[in-house]
Every structure is written in C-alpha cells, then in structure tokens.
Write a protein that binds this ligand. Structure first.
Ligand SMILES: [Mn+2]
Length: 138
C-alpha cells in the first residue's frame, strides 16, 4: 500500500538451483508477460492484451496451462473492477493501472507466475514495480 493505493506483485522462487525445465517454464512466462506489456497501450482491448500472452504460451509445450486471466485493474482496491481476460472488451486509456500476470501451472510439477503493475500512458506502458523479474533461486 502507498497513500491508500494498492500494489500487487508476484515472484516465483525455486529452492535450490533451477532445473532446465524450471528455467524454461519461467522464461516462457517472462516472454508472455513482455508480449502482453507491448500491447498495454491506449486503445487496446483487454482481450487483445490477454491474447498476446496466451497465444505465446499456447505455442509452447505449456499450451492450455495458463488457467486464469492475464490481469486486473488496480487502485484503491487490489482488484479494482476491470479485467484483462479472453472476454474483456475494456479499452485501455491513459492513466489506468493494470497488473500483467501470466502464469503456467503443471500438476505434479509446479507453476510460475510473474506479476507486475503497469501504468498506461499516451506513450505506452510503464512498469510501476521494479523488483527483479528473474527466477529466484534460494
Ligand atoms: Mn493480481
């Protein structure tokens, strides 16, 4: 919280050194997050932002493993009412703030989510969260 406004950030942690598969999974989600970010511009529809991440994931071995919407608006409430998901007709406008939080989840193996908060500006998207986005090895 900052002056009553919420943030919502997710990082993924692996205990020990990441395996090749864990690294590949994290890299896929990172690329999906970046693909969605590139679409987070004024005039974009929520469903097209979601599709940028979902289509990327669905072209990999993790097809169908992104099992939630891409993100949500955020402000005085952490889930502020607007959604970025496959059925969202919401149109992005300058000064709106959304999360960009793709993930993949494989039963019996594990999951990855990377979540950051993004300000929509006339010039395009701007990350408001600055924590390192890499896979954390503990
Ligand atoms: Mn969230």
């Amino acid at each position: 919280m900052y002056h009553m406004y919420c943030s919502d950030v997710t990082r993924t942690v692996v205990v020990g050194a990441a395996s090749e598969e864990q690294s590949r999974m994290h890299d896929t989600v990172a690329r999906a997050q970046a693909a969605a970010l590139a679409k987070m511009k004024p005039g974009s529809k929520g469903k097209s932002v979601d599709a940028a991440a979902r289509d990327l994931i669905d072209r990999t071995k993790y097809k169908g493993r992104f099992i939630h919407g891409l993100g949500h608006s955020i402000g005085l409430a952490v889930h502020d009412g607007g959604a970025l998901n496959p059925s969202s007709d919401l149109v992005l406008r300058p000064n709106m703030v959304f999360t960009d939080e793709p993930g993949v989840y494989v039963p019996g193996f594990g999951g990855v989510r990377i979540e950051d908060d993004v300000l929509i500006t006339k010039k395009g998207p701007r990350y408001m969260s600055t924590a390192p986005r890499g896979l954390l090895e503990l």
